[in-house]
Design a protein around this ligand. Structure first.
Ligand code: ADP
Ligand code: MG
Length: 255
């Protein structure tokens, strides 16, 4: 199987003409329309848009967790549509990090073991200090022996964040990573994500509704009604907030 590059060097996430529909009753609902997007190494990119505009669906499609109805997604120069299930699983395990609420936490495995899981799955030695530092960063220092099943949704999301911080994968996908955090923890997580994203060979893609979070990214793409509506480089909090407000107003007008 040839699934190696015809993609530009340094392009870690490439989406080409991605569309996604869901069956609803006897018909289908189109959620994403012809979305093309490239995220390059060293880049932290935010996705913003009104509620229901398709941000999470796009993130899931780009992360290989949902299959687009049409179009292509390539990660690290490898086409997802042309990868086998096994290749996808290996890619996910080795190179991708996910910050979704309670994503893939093992409810009956202690928190520290959940954070250590990517290392164990790869047969690597687990660096205890690194695990503890990651838990500290998300305000869960000393909670390593707790069980996720005894934690709130927000705490579980923080465990998922700690896992990504400990692993420092090549691509991080994050859906509202600071939503469940207080201001201080949010700032720490964001700066850790920025550090991962600005490392050569790595990138971070964040869905957020927080203009301050988006403004701390290198680029913001705005969605409206399942399409990419705008892009902003060198974003500012005011610029982002203004753009979001105008997109939300235009959605409300149509509705
Ligand atoms: P956002 O993250 O921007 O709020 P989502 O990507 O979660 O938006 O959802 C976009 C639209 O797709 C919403 O109208 C939502 O109801 C719909 N949607 C999401 N998942 C499904 C699904 N599995 N089946 C049908 N509709 C869905
Ligand atoms: Mg969402």
């Amino acid at each position: 199987m040839t699934n190696q590059t015809q993609y530009p060097a340094g392009a870690l996430i490439v989406a080409e003409h991605v569309s996604k529909s869901y069956p609803v009753g006897n018909s289908t609902v189109d959620i994403l329309h012809d979305v093309s997007l490239t995220v390059s190494e060293g880049e932290v990119c935010a996705i913003m848009g009104p509620s229901g505009s398709g941000k999470s669906t796009l993130l899931y499609c780009l992360a290989g967790l949902e299959q687009p109805t049409s179009g292509e997604v390539a990660l690290l120069g490898k086409s997802l549509t042309r990868s086998t299930r096994k290749q996808l699983a290996e890619l996910r395990r080795a190179e991708l990090g996910f910050v979704f609420q309670s994503y893939n936490l093992m409810p009956t495995l202690p928190v520290a073991e959940n954070v250590a899981l990517p290392f164990r799955l790869r047969g690597e030695r687990v660096d205890r200090a690194r695990i503890e530092a990651a838990l500290d960063a998300v305000g869960l220092g000393g909670r390593g022996s707790s069980l996720p099943s005894s934690m709130s949704g927000g705490e579980q999301q923080r465990v998922a964040i700690a896992r990504v911080l400990a692993q420092r994968p090549q691509i991080v996908f994050a859906d509202e990573p600071t939503g469940a955090l207080d201001t201080r923890a949010g700032r720490i997580v964001l700066s850790e994500l920025r550090r991962i994203g600005s490392t050569p060979g790595q990138c971070v893609l964040i869905v957020t509704h927080d203009p301050a979070v988006a403004a701390s990214c290198d680029r913001v793409v705005f969605m409206r009604d399942g399409r990419l509506a705008q892009q902003m480089s060198a974003p500012t909090t005011e610029g982002v907030a203004g753009m979001l407000a105008s997109l939300e107003a235009s959605v409300a007008e149509v509705a």
